[in-house]
Ligand binder design. Structure first.
Ligand code: BG6
Length: 489
C-alpha cells in the first residue's frame, strides 16, 4: 500500500532554537522528509534562528551532520539534500537586539503572501520575549501562526502566564500547542478504532470494562537532559501531556466530527471529569519512583543521579497513578497510568481489560479468561483482541486465549512518518485538531498540580527501582490493593 501526498501551500517557517536538539533531531529531518515526498513547494523557506552567530554554510553543515547522525533511515540522497538546502537559511537572533529582528525580517518573504510559521523550539521562559520581539518588529502578520513546544510551563500558573503573553500577539486560532504523541499514527488510529467500528461502542463503559491500563515505558535514561529533566520529573514531562492525551482519546465521547473544536471539546470534558488527587488520597493513588543502577538490554546502566550528574535529587523518573473519570460512562472504573525511564523495554500501550463472563457454563475446573483489548502504540504497532477459543483435539474441553491480531507490520508496508512530519504539515494547512487548546492545557495542569502539591505537602518519597525492571514494587502493591495487576511490559 502506498501513500499519496498533497502538497501544502508555499510557506516559510522560522525555527527559533534552530541549532537545538529538537530542531536537529526532529524538525529539520521531518521537513526534509516532507520535501522528499513532494509535499513542500519549492518557493517555501526554512529559516533556522538562534543566538549562535554562524554563517548559512555552517548551519547547513550542522543540520546535515545531525541528519546523518540521528536519522537512521535510507531517505538521504546527496541530490535531494542539496535541493532541500536551497530552501534553508539561517539568521542569528538575540531577542534583545533590534538589528537582529530586522535581519530576520529581511530573510522573510517581502510580499507577505507565504503562510508564515514561527516554531518556538526552546525553553518556555523565552516564549514571551520572542512573541514581543515579533510584534515589535511587525513580523507576525495575519497569515502567521506560532507553534509552542512543550513543556508549556511547570504548573497551571506558569502555563497561564505563557498563554497570556503569547495570546497578546497571536489569537487562539493561530496558536499550535504541540504534543507530538498526537501526531503518531497509532494514536490517531485510536479515533478510527473507536469511532470507525460499531463493535466496540456498546462495550465501552463501566458495564463491560473492568479497568484500563495506559503504559508509556521507555528504556532510555534521563542522561543528557539532566538540567531540564531534574526540574521536571515524569509527571510534568510525560503525564501532564502525552499520557493524559492518550487517556482522553480512550475515554472521550464520540465528537461530532474530527474538526478541531469538536475533538477538543470532548477531550476537555474528560480532563474536567478526572477525580481529584490531593493530600487526602495521594498515598493510595500515586507512586513516585526513581531508578537505581541495573541492566537494560544486557548492558549495565548507572543510576539516575549519575545519569544526570547530580549528588542528590528526589525527582521522579517513574510515576504510577490510579485515576478515575467521574461521569456516567466511567464511574468506578480504575484507570492505571504508568510511565518511566530505564524500564525493561520501550513500550507504549493501552489495555482495555474487560469483565469476566457473568457465569461460566464450563464449570469450576475450566478457567475462562476475560477478554482484553491491547492497543500497542509503539513499537510493533498492533491491535490485539484476546479471546477465548476451544483448543482443538479430543480428551476434554480446553480453552485457549488467543489474539485477533491486527498488526501494522503485517498489513502495511508504508514508512510511518515521524509524528512531527504530520504535525508540521498540519500547522501549514491550518488544521488545529491535533493541537491543544488553551483550556485543555489548563485542565491538564490543574489536575497535575493537585498531585504535585500533595506530593510536596505530604513529603511523599520516591520508591527506588532497578534500571531494567518494570518499576517499583510499590506500584504493584497499589494495584494489588484493588485486586488487579499490571500487564507485563
Ligand atoms: C518527550 C519527553 O516529550 O517525549 C521525553 O520529554 C520522552 O522525556 C519523549 O523521552 C518520548 O517520546 P517518543 O516519541 O520517543 O516516545
Amino acid at each position: 500500500m502506498s501513500s499519496t501526498f498533497v502538497p501544502v501551500e508555499p510557506f516559510e517557517i522560522v525555527v527559533f532554537g534552530g541549532t537545538g536538539d529538537l530542531a536537529r533531531r526532529k524538525l529539520i529531518p521531518s521537513l526534509y522528509h516532507r520535501f522528499c515526498d513532494g509535499q513542500i513547494p519549492a518557493q517555501s523557506k526554512i529559516i533556522g534562528a538562534s543566538r549562535s552567530v554562524m554563517s548559512r554554510d555552517d548551519y547547513l553543515e550542522m543540520i546535515q551532520t545531525a541528519y546523518l547522525q540521528f536519522s537512521n533511515d535510507d531517505q538521504f540522497s546527496e541530490e535531494k539534500w542539496a535541493s532541500f538546502c536551497n530552501l534553508v537559511d539561517y539568521v542569528s537572533v538575540d531577542v534583545t537586539k533590534d538589528d537582529d529582528w530586522a535581519d530576520l525580517g529581511k530573510a522573510l518573504d517581502k510580499s507577505n503572501k507565504l503562510i508564515r510559521v514561527f516554531y518556538l523550539a526552546m525553553p518556555p521562559g523565552l516564549f514571551s520575549d520572542i512573541c514581543q520581539g515579533l510584534k515589535k518588529a511587525k513580523l507576525a502578520h495575519k497569515q502567521s501562526r506560532v507553534v509552542l513546544e512543550k513543556p508549556l510551563g511547570r504548573d497551571f500558573e506558569s502555563a497561564n502566564e505563557i498563554n497570556e503573553a503569547v495570546g497578546r500577539v497571536f489569537s487562539e486560532n493561530r496558536i499550535y500547542r504541540i504534543d507530538h504523541f498526537l501526531g503518531k499514527e497509532t494514536v490517531q488510529n485510536l479515533l478510527v478504532l473507536r469511532f470507525g467500528n460499531v463493535l466496540l461502542e456498546p462495550l465501552w463503559d463501566k458495564n463491560s470494562i473492568e479497568h484500563i491500563e495506559i503504559t508509556v515505558a521507555e528504556d532510555i535514561g534521563a542522561g543528557g537532559r539532566g538540567a531540564y529533566y531534574d526540574k521536571s520529573g515524569a509527571l510534568r514531562d510525560m503525564v501532564q501531556n502525552h499520557l493524559l492525551q492518550l487517556l482522553c482519546l480512550t475515554m472521550m465521547e464520540a465528537p461530532g466530527s474530527t474538526d478541531a473544536d469538536d475533538l477538543r471539546l470532548e477531550k476537555i470534558k474528560v480532563l474536567r471529569a478526572l477525580s481529584p488527587i490531593d493530600a487526602s488520597n495521594v498515598k493510595e493513588k500515586t507512586v513516585r519512583g526513581q531508578y537505581v543502577k541495573g541492566r537494560v538490554k544486557d548492558a549495565s546502566v548507572p543510576d539516575y543521579l549519575s545519569d544526570v550528574e547530580f549528588d542528590e535529587s528526589t525527582t521522579e523518573t517513574y510515576v504510577a497513578l490510579h485515576a478515575e473519570v467521574n461521569n456516567w460512562r466511567w464511574a468506578g472504573v480504575p484507570i492505571y497510568i504508568r510511565t518511566g525511564k530505564r524500564m525493561s523495554a520501550r513500550r507504549s500501550e493501552i489495555i482495555i481489560q474487560f469483565k469476566p463472563v457473568p457465569h461460566s457454563i464450563f464449570g469450576p475446573e475450566i478457567k475462562v479468561n476475560p477478554n482484553k483489548l491491547v492497543i500497542r502504540l509503539q513499537p510493533d504497532e498492533a491491535v490485539n483482541l484476546w479471546m477465548e477459543i476451544k483448543e482443538p483435539g479430543a480428551g476434554g474441553l480446553r480453552l485457549k486465549t488467543l489474539p485477533l491480531n491486527l498488526s501494522y507490520a503485517d498489513n502495511f508496508t508504508v514508512r510511518y512518518p515521524d509524528a512531527y512530519e504530520r504535525l508540521l504539515m498540519d500547522v501549514v494547512r491550518g488544521n488545529l485538531s491535533l493541537f491543544m487548546r488553551r483550556d485543555e492545557v489548563d485542565a491538564a495542569w490543574r489536575w497535575c498540580d493537585g498531585i504535585l502539591e500533595a506530593w510536596e505537602s505530604t513529603g511523599q518519597p520516591v520508591s527506588y527501582y532497578p534500571a531494567g525492571s518494570d518499576g517499583p514494587d510499590a506500584a504493584d502493591r497499589m494495584l494489588a490493593e484493588q485486586g488487579d495487576e499490571w500487564s507485563a511490559i
